[in-house]
Write a protein that binds this ligand. Structure first.
Ligand code: ADP
Ligand code: ADP
Ligand code: MG
Length: 473
């Protein structure tokens, strides 16, 4: 087992990994940018090193990060999600420097990080994929229109190197193609420095169902059931549920074995996720594989009792996976909501700033993965997700009750958050019925918008202040 691990990340996932290190009696090394000096991961790690004054370079300068790892005697690097986690070149450099990469081999990251290459591999191995094309960058608009008509509108244009919902455009007719293709390429170049685009059939009203995979270094691979991540805004997940409340046992069994077959085809090791689309007839299609820990891994941990980050570390250290597929059972249902520092009424614009009040929800089967605290100032330079609230209960219905209770308890002041919006989702009757697909949020946006911009706590505080002034305090 390792004695020291460097965590090449920040925020809640860095904190989560530090906790896993502490659980395993491993020393943790945090890295940070100047602006992150007061961050929780910096305070919690066994030791911390500033990599750069620049907010992004500190987490993206692979060579500098490897240098820190080597000079402080770390034996392994955990990349978390985002930043360098899916950068095959970085993973390779880590291994070449004699450090252990806590994740799959760099060649697997390279292959699966290219959505088109991943589709090809899956197709070759008999895994169902959505009908689609090769890379279309060298085709004329006429040719592309012909392909779209052959597949049948609507179609979806996708950046082959895309992620985080970026570089995706749905196209419904010939005359929308050119404009969307250009926009897709521009976005792909800006975010991923590669504008390769391909086209897929757009599956109408699908569910996004993904299977958690874990594999050791000796070819043993199992899945840890599924998550329903259909509740998305602009192709980005906001609410995740495990297991899917509407999935039949038969479909779970079939999709689970296809997910394991897909991971085996990729020669996968460590934790990863196979994402599928499921249509309203129960047909399912491979969409992509994420070669890293996922934001929403916590709900899988809660229902299976399986410590995913701990296992990532243990697998990377060479431990054998001592669990059979038949031993993986779920206890109840877990729901995660992503709490973002955003102004919902203002098109979900990021709303960084100082947190003046912070009371996390507590009580049985309520978990918060976060890296913020009272008086912490959220910098504007990073993702707006500030906390993940995870609840678990014996049934889906009771988990929804608990979610409402926990969201009502969770108090953050000083900045605007998505809590009131998430609460409206939690109280929505279709949400309780499990009635959602990937268009759920879009179709219900008006209905789910919080109508009161001032929450009742602020009103109570204003009344208290007015009384105090009147009383002459
Ligand atoms: P997950 O399934 O892990 O939640 P997402 O699809 O939400 O993944 O995000 C994919 C990856 O992209 C994650 O590693 C996440 O950190 C990163 N990401 C999320 N939002 C953005 C963004 N706005 N720009 C760039 N990357 C992002
Ligand atoms: P990313 O790497 O950004 O996560 P994905 O390929 O996983 O990209 O797609 C993100 C989301 O876009 C999916 O969860 C789904 O909602 C939607 N999507 C992607 N492909 C299709 C498709 N062929 N048909 C319908 N929706 C799709
Ligand atoms: Mg995806």
């Amino acid at each position: 087992m390792f004695s020291k691990i460097l965590i090449a990340n920040r925020g809640e996932i860095a904190v989560r990994i530090i906790r896993a290190c502490n659980d395993l009696h491993i020393k943790s090394v945090a890295i940070y940018s100047r602006i992150d000096k007061e961050s929780m991961h910096v305070k919690m790690a066994s030791e911390s090193h500033e990599v750069s004054a620049d907010p992004l370079k500190a987490y993206l300068d692979g060579d500098a990060i490897i240098e820190v790892a080597l000079s402080c005697g770390a034996e392994a690097i955990h990349p978390g999600y985002g930043f360098l986690s899916e950068n095959a070149e970085f993973a390779k450099k880590v291994s070449e420097a004699g450090l252990v990469w806590i994740g799959p081999d760099s060649s697997v990251i390279a292959r699966m990080g290219d959505k088109k290459a991943a589709r090809d591999l899956m197709q070759k191995n008999g895994i169902p994929i959505v009908p689609g094309t090769d890379i279309i960058n060298n085709c004329s608009i006429q040719e592309i229109k012909a392909m779209a008509n052959k597949i049948g509108y609507p179609v979806i244009l996708k950046a082959s190197n895309g992620g985080g919902g970026k570089g995706i455009r749905v196209v419904r007719s010939d005359h929308e193609i050119e404009e969307n293709l250009n926009a897709c390429k521009r976005e792909a170049m800006a975010f991923f420095k590669n504008d390769d685009v391909f086209m897929e059939k757009y599956i109408e009203n699908p569910k996004h169902i993904e299977f958690q995979i874990i594999g050791d270094n000796y070819g043993n691979i199992i899945h840890l059931l599924e998550r329903d991540c259909s509740i998305q805004r602009r192709h980005q997940k906001l609410v995740e549920i495990a297991p899917s409340p509407t999935m039949s046992l038969d479909l779970r069994r079939r999709m689970g074995s296809v997910a394991v077959a897909a991971a085996k085809a990729a020669k996968y090791t460590n934790a990863g996720t196979i994402e599928f689309l499921v249509d309203d007839l129960g047909r399912f299609y491979f969409m992509e594989m994420n070669t890293r820990i996922q934001v929403e891994h916590g709900i899988t941990e809660e229902i299976t009792g399986f410590d995913l980050i701990g296992r990532q570390i243990r697998c990377a250290a060479g431990e054998i996976l001592d669990l059979n597929q038949s031993e993986v059972l779920h206890q109840g249902y877990a729901i995660e909501v992503r709490i973002n520092a955003e102004d919902v009424a203002n098109d979900f614009k990021p709303n960084p700033g100082k947190i003046t009040t912070y009371y996390p929800a507590l009580g049985p089967f309520v978990r918060i993965d976060s890296a913020v605290y009272k008086d912490y100032t959220i910098p504007p330079n990073y993702d707006s997700m500030i906390a993940k609230l995870i609840v678990r209960a014996s049934s889906y219905d009771l988990a929804v009750n608990k979610l409402i209770r926990a969201l009502e308890e969770f108090t953050i002041r000083g900045i605007k958050t998505t809590i009131p919006f998430l609460l409206n989702i939690a109280k929505d009757k279709d949400f309780r019925k499990g009635n959602y697909d990937t268009l759920y949020l879009e179709s219900k946006m008006q209905e789910l918008m919080p109508n009161e911009t001032i929450n009742k706590d602020d009103i109570a505080a204003a009344i208290a202040a007015a009384i105090a002034i009147k009383a002459g305090y």
